[in-house]
Each structure stands twice: as C-alpha cells, then as structure tokens.
Design a protein around this ligand. Structure first.
Ligand SMILES: [Mn+2]
Length: 367
C-alpha cells in the first residue's frame, strides 16, 4: 500500500468541478448534488394545509417513555425512514414534474415485486407527515399529540401509518378512532401487553392492549405471535375474561400464516398493530424486549397480508424498532419492507379501506 503524501492538494478527476470555482456553467454538475432529507420511502412531505389527500400518511412517534428496561425506540422513526430509502417511492432520475409524487397530482410509480410477479402500490399516493413532537416527562401531552396527529390524518381521509416509538404509542393512536365506528384490534407481537398496572404505571408499553380494550368502540382484540413468559395471573385472568383471541408463535408455525389470520373475524374494521418483536430475536435484534422462538420475516409478513385481505384495515402502526440494539439495519430494514408488503395487501386487494381509483392496466391482481 502506498504511503499517503502530505501537503499535496487532492487530485480532482477530470470533469469534476471544484465547488469553490463552480459557476453557472457548472449547473449540470451541481444538479447532481443533493442534500438528502429522508422521508418514509422518499415520499413527499405533507403539503402545507394537508392538501393532496394522499392515500397513505406516515406519522413518526419518537416516544419511548413507556419502555421497560431498554429504551431507544424513540430513534425508530428516523431509522425506518433511513432504511426505507432503499425502496424509493419515485425514481430520483425522473424529470421534475414527472416524479410520480403526490404533490404533482400524479400517480405513484409503485414497485414490481419479483417474488409476487406483479406491481404493488401503483397509484397509491403517500406522504410523510413528519414526527409528533415529544417533550420530556410530559406523558399526557405527548400521548395527546399522538392522538391529535392520527385524528388529523383521518380527517384528511388518509390511512394513518404510525411508526414508533415503543408500543405505548398504539393506545393514543387507537383513541383517535373514537366516533368513527367499531374497531377490532389485531396485534402481531411476542407479548400480550395486557397488564392493568404495575407500580402505578397504566400507559406503558405493557399496558397498551388493556387500555385499548377499555375503549367503548373496540369490539375485540386478536393477538398473533405470542410466546413471552407471563408472571402475573391477574393479567392472564383478565385476558381470559376479556376474551382475547390468541394465536401463539408455535400455533402460527404449525398452522401457517393464513390459518393464524383466520382467528380474526372476517370483514371487521381493523386496526393493525405490528410489534417488530413478533419477529424472532435473530430476525429483529434491534428492539427493546426481543424474545427467542419468534417468527421469520415471511411468517409475519404473510400473516399480516392475510389479515389485511380478510379485514378492512383502517389504521396501521409499526412499533418497537430500537436502533441502539440493531446492527446492519437488520431490524429497521425488515420494518420498512414489512410496511410496504402490508400496505400492498391493503391497497392492492379488493375492498381496500379507502375508495380506490380503477385498477391501472398492468397492475396485476395475482396473490
Ligand atoms: Mn408489544
């Protein structure tokens, strides 16, 4: 290896302008430079005033004050945004005005899925609504702002996709559906999150499904992928009394993802909450409370897809991605791809949540 010679200006390859000498004539070269701000899948940010009515609206909830033991999920939204850059909503070599962005009023390009052999999410416009502002120690205000954000998305007529944050963000998200009709909650998770209170805590990530079960418009809860060890008989009793529908990780593996999805009542209005720790600890190490014995990516994805086709999904969240425990973006990347696959099952299926434009030519319907 050659020694590096000091005190010599680096050689600039021919044709690359030095920035300090760039002039108007270098416009073409400068056009190749960009400051990159990640949004989910490179989708455009929310338009001022909330116009444009994208069919999917992503909302980051960088909140992890509900976490037991290992915090870090507050960094989840940014990590999933960065990982999602691999799957760009619009090609960045497209000419301005033909980028397929919702802001242009043009259809989204979608992606061709080589596994499914069809286009997915073609014409499904998306926007990144940014993150809910989270302030230290103020639990009530933080949860209220999450509710307000989801409510605003619903008022805009878009499908809210909340990216956490720990699982505590799900309760304020579900609360935003008050007054909009009955809701069945489907939870993919290794834990039940059904504790009433521990040490006086009622809104942590381990209480979230209990709080959801108390909402008058929540008609039932189905939990899929369970396998954690439960210590509290009062929680087990409460789960039985409430009538939680449960499919354990082993049951899913034995019966397959479609059979697991059949535990969900067909045709219900459904809020789908995806805890990334439903995946096995090896498939998703970057999470606060990982559990061995979990699902492979394809098992979680296929179960979520089957649920999305069986029900009318009106809200989605993906929680508990915790980048400090991740490596090689394994977890963040799995989370981002899971979102695309679930959204495809929602929007590329007959009877999606929001009235659709007619299917475009070439947009295959195979599944
Ligand atoms: Mn959970």
């Amino acid at each position: 290896m050659r020694a590096v010679r000091a005190r010599r200006a680096p050689r600039v390859p021919a044709g690359v302008p030095r920035l300090e000498t760039a002039s108007a004539s270098d416009g073409a070269a400068l056009a190749g430079l960009r400051v990159r701000h990640h949004t989910f899948f490179g989708a455009p940010p929310r338009e001022p005033g909330g116009g444009g009515r994208p069919r999917v609206a992503f909302l980051g909830a960088p909140f992890d004050l509900g976490t037991t033991l290992r915090p870090g999920a507050r960094f989840g939204p940014e990590a999933v945004r960065a990982a999602s850059a691999w799957w760009q909503y619009a090609r960045d070599d497209a000419a301005p005005g033909s980028s397929g962005r919702a802001a242009d009023g043009r259809p989204a390009e979608g992606w061709y899925d080589l596994d499914c052999r069809r286009w997915i999410l073609r014409g499904v416009s998306m926007a990144d609504w940014g993150d809910v502002r989270i302030t230290p120690t103020d639990l009530t205000a933080n949860l209220d702002r999450i509710t307000a954000g989801v409510r605003a998305i619903l008022d805009a007529g878009s499908l809210p996709v909340v990216v956490g944050g720990d699982h505590a963000v799900t309760y304020p998200a579900i609360r935003a559906f008050a007054g909009r009709g009955p809701l069945h909650i489907v939870q993919l998770d290794s834990h039940q999150d059904f504790n009433d209170e521990r040490h006086g805590v009622r809104f942590g990530h381990g209480n979230v499904m209990r709080r959801a079960s108390e909402l008058p418009f929540v008609t039932g809860i189905t939990q899929i992928g369970l396998r954690s060890l439960q210590k509290y008989t009062d929680t087990l009793d409460a789960a039985r009394r409430y009538g939680l529908r449960t499919v354990s990780a082993s049951e899913l593996r034995r019966g397959g993802p479609r059979a697991a999805a059949a535990a969900v009542p067909a045709g219900v209005r459904c809020y789908l909450t995806l805890d990334i720790d439903a995946l096995d600890i090896a498939s998703a190490p970057g999470t606060g409370t990982p559990e061995p014995g979990g699902l492979m990516f394809t098992e979680m994805r296929d179960a979520a897809r089957a649920i999305a086709r069986r029900c009318r999904v009106v809200g989605v969240d993906l929680v508990e991605v915790s980048p400090p425990y991740d490596w090689a973006e394994v977890t963040a990347r799995a989370a981002a791809r899971l979102l695309l696959d679930v959204l495809s099952a929602i929007f590329d299926s007959p009877g999606g949540p929001i009235p659709k434009r007619p299917p475009r030519a070439g947009a295959g319907r195979r599944r």
